[in-house]
Design a protein around this ligand. Structure first.
Ligand SMILES: [Fe+2]
Ligand SMILES: [Fe+2]
Length: 213
């Protein structure tokens, strides 16, 4: 993803891009790329969550190693959820812990990465007690808004046999909930424009239905 690299070069100093910390993050990225292949929650989604996390993380002075590692691994357990119905946040957190231990990732940070991933689902706001965890949750939710959010909701809807109308109904309900669950000021700012776009889109659908010419 050339745009992603451009953004990284724009936001991060040349020293940081040469650092051991950044090499560790890139190593995690390679693992994540191999592991993620589900529709609507694949590697492209993770790349966007990574970007959103980076933007919010720099504004909020987060620990980038913890945050970006958690972003890269937050959905690796999706296929386990699909296969056996296990909670993917739980499955992803455990898989992340095992992988990070195997590559000698700094031990104190593994615990933080585990907790951030474990708490990233909307149903678990109670777990989102620290900064990196709150940012990951926002970064993930932002990807369910805007033009990309609309594309994802229909892709996922099709996958689980939800028809167009059912997907629209689901999306309407989900939009306000997502906005209520945002934590950081930067995340809220990023989300707002995308939210407004979705509202306009839903109005347009209503218009097409009712305005017969
Ligand atoms: Fe997730
Ligand atoms: Fe996600």
């Amino acid at each position: 993803m050339a745009e992603k690299q451009k953004l990284e070069e724009q936001l991060l100093s040349p020293d940081y891009l040469e650092s051991d910390e950044w090499k560790l993050i890139k190593n995690v990225e390679d693992y994540s790329k191999d592991r993620l292949n589900t529709v609507a929650h694949g590697f492209d989604h993770t790349q966007r969550v990574f970007q959103n996390s980076l933007i919010i993380g720099l504004t909020e002075h987060a620990d980038l190693l913890t945050l970006l590692t958690a972003a890269l691994l937050h959905d690796v357990g999706r296929d386990i959820e699909i296969a056996i119905g296990a909670d993917h946040a739980d499955a992803s957190a455990h898989e992340a812990k095992d992988f990070l231990k195997s590559v000698n990732f700094p031990a104190p940070k593994i615990k933080r990465v585990f907790e951030a991933i474990h708490g990233h689902r909307s149903s678990r706001e109670g777990d989102q007690g620290f900064l990196e965890s709150r940012i990951l949750s926002d970064a993930d939710k932002i990807d369910s808004l805007g033009a990309i959010g609309i594309a994802r909701v229909f892709t996922f809807g099709g996958k689980i046999n939800r028809d167009v109308q059912e997907t629209i109904t689901y999306f309407k309900k989900r939009l306000d909930k997502v906005m209520e669950q945002l934590h950081t000021d930067r995340g809220k700012r990023m989300a707002e424009e995308r939210y407004n776009y979705c509202i306009d889109y839903l109005k347009r659908i209503e218009n097409e239905r009712t305005n017969i010419k």
